[in-house]
Design a protein around this ligand. Structure first.
Ligand SMILES: [Zn+2]
Length: 598
């Protein structure tokens, strides 16, 4: 039974290494391919052999990745199907754990391969040897720096590995799971009904202020009841993380995390500049937005439960009635924006690579997934007719355009870019698409939608700075006490919290970070969104000066995939890879002017 929304997809490339008939859910059929790759690497006599070996490995990775993606898509589209769940879990439990050590073995083989340096110096061949069409005629850049990024990331991975860290990482994962279990288990009794904290979120948008306060307080108090447990989890994680860093030869976990996240192109100091520039140039805009909100709500002071409600008590925006309408209107936006992008979106619709409606039996949320072997994107959503859905489809379409742009790239690793740039692709599309959001709205509603979006863009900078700076502090003061930690957090709330009156709720304010899962689950992984937003805002600023050129640069930069380091990807998109006030000040100025227009 086919549980996928799409049928047979056009192949990007015929397979040369992976057998057509293989069952990629059966480890016993997969394992021999790893053995073959190990043997082939040992037999490689020249750089051409090694390059073909890399392409065979790439082909296998893409096929496995697509197998996993297809099983995930089938499961999220049919949560009520036992068959789909079983197939997905089988892959996660029986295939993935076997893959990891085998992949790592290949990485080690390549990292010390006698021909690897030679291949790197040589770059990619532009002409395939006679009788072989193993190397594509792709348009991907073929320079002597072809393998620089690939080698750097792979070697980094191999170099950081310490066998003694494996049990520590298992312990860390256990604590992560405890955090998820604790957070997910919290409920409150609200007006006679048991509600999860996520469900409580919507009451913060209610016009009735007393109701908002009641809902907010209930949630804050519920979290505070578990404050010690949240602190216990983080204390345990800090201890383990410090040891992991020391084992790998680093003085502190921050420096280790930077290396492990592959941050070769920016330093902790650059992040500090981001924090400082956000404080100096974005916070004044945040305070103006807050002052306007306070006046519109006719309040003396903004309280924590006054931040999500529509300040003019209007009914929610209604961009569309059904999903077919959403797709048609989004298509019109892309038609007006760029012919090439419009074709890409139409192709996705034609191939049924869009599953966007909210229906029974679908998992919640939204995502973009790439079918790595077909080299085609898929978008999953649960659209119900809100402005949020319009933001989501534009965002995910940006990711999808990124995947389509790298279709000609044969090296699997280069078909994906670093997250700092992937989010430039998607966040730019929100800003560029919003220019034509009249396809969904009257002129007045379009203004309102753009304003809500821009307020979100501005508002996320201080929170990113807070979460990031907090973690820099934590891991460079490893012997801190819980009180010291709370003090560090409160200092950041003073810098980045704006004009919100928390009196009576000081303890909730001091523990607000308990709700930010990244601090627990993905340490240091957050600034990426700030860096990407700076890129997206620059793309948007460029498009105001010269739309055609900005879109051309945007598309060219997407086509580079992960083949170039971050500063070059940004440069190709017409942006600076720089996060000090030099970049942030003019963008904050633009945001203020745009907000005044809406
Ligand atoms: Zn995204």
């Amino acid at each position: 039974m086919n549980l996928l929304p799409f049928g047979k997809l056009p192949a990007a490339k015929p397979r040369k290494f992976v057998p057509e008939t293989i069952d990629l859910g059966d480890w016993l059929q997969i394992a021999p391919l790893f053995e073959q790759l190990e043997a082939l690497a040992a037999r490689a006599k020249n750089t051409a052999d090694l390059e073909n070996w890399l392409l065979a490995w790439s082909e296998l990775n893409a096929a496995l990745d697509e197998e996993s993606a297809r099983r995930y898509i089938a499961m999220t589209c049919h949560t009520d199907s036992a068959e789909a769940e079983k197939a997905y879990l089988h892959f996660v439990e029986k295939v993935e754990p076997q893959l990891k050590p085998r992949q790592f073995a290949l990485e080690k083989i390549y990292a010390v391969h006698p021909l690897q340096n030679e291949l790197r110096k040589l770059g990619a061949r532009s002409i395939a040897p006679p009788g072989s069409d193993a190397i594509s005629r792709s348009d991907a850049p073929r320079s002597s720096r072809r393998y620089e990024g690939f080698d750097r990331d792979l070697k980094n991975h191999v170099e950081l590995f310490r066998p003694e860290n494996v049990p520590l990482e298992t312990g860390e994962a256990r604590l992560c799971q405890q955090y998820q279990k604790l957070s997910g288990s919290l409920t409150v009794k609200f007006r006679g009904e048991e509600k999860t904290l996520v469900q409580m979120g919507r009451y913060l948008e209610e016009p009735d202020r007393a109701l908002r306060q009641e809902a907010w307080e209930l949630v804050a108090k519920r979290r505070l009841q578990e404050a010690d447990k949240f602190d216990d989890i983080l204390d345990g994680q800090i201890k383990l993380r410090q040891q992991i860093a020391r084992n790998a030869g680093f003085g502190n976990y921050r420096d280790y995390a930077f290396r492990r996240l592959g941050r070769f192109d920016y330093t902790p100091d650059d992040c500090t500049q981001f924090h400082d520039a956000t404080e100096k140039h974005v916070m004044p805009v945040v305070r103006e937005m807050q002052a306007q909100r306070r006046e519109q709500l006719k309040l003396e002071k903004l309280r924590p439960w006054d931040l999500a409600v529509d300040p003019l008590n209007r009914a929610p925006l209604k961009p569309f009635a059904h999903v077919g309408e959403m797709v048609a209107r989004t298509q019109k936006i892309f038609n007006r924006l760029d012919g090439g992008l419009a074709d890409g979106f139409r192709q996705m619709d034609d191939l049924k690579l869009l599953d966007l409606d909210n229906r029974k039996g679908k998992a919640p949320g939204g995502y973009q997934s790439t079918l790595s072997e077909s080299r085609l994107p898929f978008i999953f959503m649960n659209a119900v007719g809100l402005q949020r859905d319009v933001e989501t489809i534009l965002h995910e379409a940006g990711h999808a355009f990124h995947a389509l742009a790298t279709r000609d790239e044969d090296l699997y690793a280069y078909r994906g870019a670093p997250i700092e740039f992937c989010e430039v692709a998607s966040m730019s599309m929100e800003l560029l698409g919003n220019e034509f959001i009249e396809e969904f709205y009257s002129a007045a509603d379009a203004q309102r939608a753009r304003r809500v979006h821009l307020e979100g863009v501005v508002g996320v900078f201080p929170w990113i700075a807070t979460v990031d700076a907090f973690q820099h502090w934590i891991y460079t003061h490893p012997d801190h006490t819980r009180d010291g930690r709370r003090k560090a957090w409160l200092d950041l709330m003073d810098r980045f919290g704006g004009d919100v009156d928390w009196s009576g709720f000081e303890t909730a304010r001091a523990n607000l970070w308990h709700r930010q899962l990244h601090i627990f689950l993905h340490p240091f992984y957050y600034i990426e969104y700030g860096i990407a937003q700076l890129g997206a805002l620059q793309v948007w600023a460029n498009s105001k000066r010269d739309k055609a050129r900005a879109l051309d640069d945007y598309k060219k930069s997407l086509a580079l995939g992960g083949s170039r380091p971050l500063p070059e990807l940004f440069q190709a998109a017409g942006c600076q890879f720089e996060f000090s006030e030099r970049t942030i000040q003019p963008l904050a100025k633009m945001l203020r002017e745009e907000l005044e227009k809406q």
